[in-house]
Design a protein around this ligand. Structure first.
Ligand code: ATP
Ligand code: MTE
Length: 167
């Protein structure tokens, strides 16, 4: 039987991008990296680094769009405006820290500046929310690394796979 596709929401957090002052290359990069036989992008928005607005969008994607996966990019650094992890954790029911840990661990093999991303990963209802850093390069490195394990996690979250074959 053919597996159904995971619904995905993409949110780019960038003050410049939301004002139209810089083309968003990172949101489209996420879409390009997701295999379209398994993932269907149902929403893509660019928002400023504003915590209430980010929380509202994450809730909409989880509660109304019923996305299995929400991928954010940007707003994970140390700038005072960077609040993506705080918004993510504020709307979460459960933490899923291993994904953010894995991204940082792998990314540290590429650049020591990976330690400057405060990205979080968490679950709201049946939606997994994963923060990725802002640059298209960081998006590519991070998402490529986690992609092979994401499907199994999403199947368990959606109740479609209870078996954890060791891989
Ligand atoms: N969405 C994006 N699209 C294209 N390039 C990006 C994007 N986000 C970040 N970058 C690149 O990464 C660099 C560092 O990102 P950072 O999040 O610090 O951006 P910023 O321009 O300081 O802030 P903001 O994007 O919130 O206005 C940027 O200067 C840009 O080159
Ligand atoms: N894989 C990877 N992770 C990375 C980077 C990168 O180039 N590759 N850049 C780092 C840098 S320089 C910063 S400041 C933080 C935060 O980025 P953000 O504020 O755009 O989310 O992500 C880090 N994580």
């Amino acid at each position: 039987m053919e597996k159904r596709k995971y619904k995905v929401g993409i949110v780019t957090l960038s003050d410049k991008g939301s004002r139209g002052e810089r083309e968003d290359l990172s949101g489209p990069k996420i879409q390009e990296l997701l295999p379209d036989d398994r993932y269907e992008v149902v929403s893509y928005r660019i928002l400023p680094d504003d915590q209430p607005a980010i929380e509202k969008e994450l809730c909409r994607l989880a509660d109304e769009e019923h996305c299995a996966l929400v991928l954010t990019t940007g707003g994970t650094g140390f700038s005072v405006r960077d609040v993506t992890p705080e918004a993510t954790l504020a709307v979460a029911d459960r933490v899923a820290p291993g994904i953010a840990e894995a991204i940082r661990a792998y990314s540290l093999t590429i650049t020591p500046r990976a330690m400057l991303s405060r990205a979080a990963s968490a679950i709201r209802k049946q939606t997994l929310i994963v923060n990725l850093p802002g640059s298209p390069k960081a998006v590519e490195e991070s998402l490529t690394y986690i992609l092979s394990s994401l499907g199994h996690g999403l199947d368990i979250l959606l109740g479609e796979d209870g078996e954890c074959a060791r891989k």
